[in-house]
Ligand binder design. Structure first.
Ligand code: SAM
Ligand code: F3S
Length: 452
């Protein structure tokens, strides 16, 4: 009987990517098949996030549920990976002794050895618990199997870690300093995915526009050049990148938005706050004006560009005036989506030492105002699309109605529309007929069945 693997993933797209690669790795080493049902699994992993306190706490409630299963079936293997693992290390086993392996974002490639003998002989309990949350940098990518495509879109991780050290953020401590994968390795991965039918790739990194990959001739490749090379690969028709830091948005990267049609007309560019005082305390290395100026230059290069962002509301000492500056920036830029959260003090980060006199209910009200404003912008953008045409990459059957298709526009909106299932994995031209709160409805135009 095939042994099964269950992975619960918290947090960002980097974690989604790491979970997918972990599944590939354990399929190759132990013949494990991924399942969406935890109760069926022989190996249970949780890939954790510690960016906010709530995310970290959810981890212990998840593995707490698995304790009784482990008592009933001692051969089960339970593992904790990701950023909480990196931060807590062996302490996880003190709080949850039924955990067998603790691995960090940079050591997931060592999981097969940590789990213990497997393969055709089947899975056995690891002889002793194993903890490895070190940062061996390049080793991870060299030891992961070649990626397998799962549909027409794929993530390609181009760099690990972050060296920005924003005062509120744990990532540099949990994922280590920035490290870029060599240019040739990234291109080989994109080619392999394109050969498997991938049409859209998203270059991933915590600070992806700091990418500086070594080229075989000794030069360094930045993200702008990498995008230009990837766009020339047969089959790759859409390129995205995330998450980028405004201070690393160079002139050449801005230019690429106007020069490379494969690069989508949408950019996620986290600003965090519109107050220069708060941006200084956050150690973001740009002012609100710098940000708005970069957006102006981006839109000069690509007039239809839509922007989304991350915001932290209620950073220690944020005043009404600071928050108003954030709302003014939102109005000036016109974001059409956001990931916005109340500030969460993370142990070990400099901001956690700052006095924080603002009451939680004030922070909550500010967050609600901000989210309402951005939803209004999003509704207006969706509304303006009605009656127009959009090119969507068809991902497969619609989640709401499997008789219909689901595709994504360049500005990341889901469009559900009736059409033949053979269009899955291709581009289709649709007319937008209705804007709903979280998706659009479309109708195929006459030519789409012929779309390449
Ligand atoms: N590289 C990105 C950038 O330039 O900002 C951010 C990556 S970070 C892991 C993802 C998002 O988590 C941040 O943009 C920020 O909004 C949020 N975040 C990080 N630390 C946080 C904290 N302590 N409290 C609330 N939100 C936080
Ligand atoms: Fe975190 Fe700032 Fe890096 S938000 S991931 S330290 S760019």
């Amino acid at each position: 009987m095939t042994r099964k693997l269950y992975i619960r993933t918290f947090g960002c797209q980097m974690n989604e990517y790491d979970s997918a690669r972990t599944a590939d790795l354990l399929a190759a080493s132990h013949g494990l098949e991924r399942t969406g049902r935890a109760e069926d699994a022989d190996v249970l992993l949780v890939n954790t996030c510690s960016v906010r306190e709530k995310a970290a706490e959810k981890v212990f409630s998840e593995i707490g549920r698995w304790r009784a299963w482990k008592e009933a079936r001692p051969e089960l293997v339970i593992g904790v990976g990701g950023c909480v693992a990196s931060q807590e290390g062996a302490a996880i086993r003190e709080r949850a002794p039924h955990v067998d392996v603790v691995y960090g974002p940079q050591t997931l490639h060592r999981l097969p050895e940590m789990i213990g003998p497997g393969g055709t002989a089947g899975l056995r309990r690891p002889r002793r618990p194993s903890v490895d949350v070190s940062f061996p940098e390049i080793e991870k990518f060299d030891r992961l199997p070649a990626p397998r495509a799962d549909g027409p879109t794929a993530f390609v991780s181009v760099m690990e870690g972050c060296s920005k050290y924003c005062s509120f953020c744990v990532v540099p401590y949990t994922r280590g300093e920035e490290f870029s994968r060599p240019f040739d390795d990234v291109i080989a991965e994109v080619v392999a995915l394109a050969e498997q039918g991938v049409r859209e790739i998203t270059f991933l990194g915590q600070n992806v526009n700091a990418y500086r990959g070594a080229m075989h001739d000794g030069r360094e490749c930045d993200l702008a050049l990498l995008i230009a090379y990837a766009a020339a690969i047969e089959g790759i028709d859409r390129i995205r990148y995330t998450t980028s830091h405004p201070a690393e948005l160079t002139g050449s990267l801005i230019d690429v938005h106007g020069e490379v049609p494969e690069l989508v007309g949408h950019l996620h560019l986290p600003v965090q706050s519109g107050s220069d005082r708060i941006l200084g305390l956050m150690k973001r290395n740009y002012s609100a004006r710098d940000y708005v100026e970069k957006v102006r230059r981006l839109r000069a290069a690509r007039p239809d560009l839509s922007l989304s962002s991350d915001f932290i509301v209620g950073f220690p000492g944020e005043t009404d005036a600071d928050f108003d500056a954030t709302m003014d920036l939102i109005d000036e830029v016109g974001f059409d989506a956001s990931f916005s959260f109340i500030y969460s003090a993370r142990p070990g980060t400099p901001a956690a030492e700052l006095p924080d006199p603002v009451p939680l209910d004030v922070k909550r009200k500010r967050l609600a105002r901000l989210q309402t404003r951005i939803s209004e912008f999003a509704r207006d953008v969706s509304g303006a699309m009605v009656g127009g045409r959009a090119r969507v990459l068809v991902e497969g059957p619609s989640k709401k109605d499997p008789g219909e298709l689901r595709g994504r526009t360049e500005n990341n909106r889901v469009v559900n529309f009736p059409g033949p299932h053979e269009l899955a994995g291709t581009f289709a031209d649709v007319t937008i007929v209705e804007a709903l709160p979280n998706s659009l409805r479309g109708a195929l135009t006459g030519t789409s069945a012929l779309a390449p």
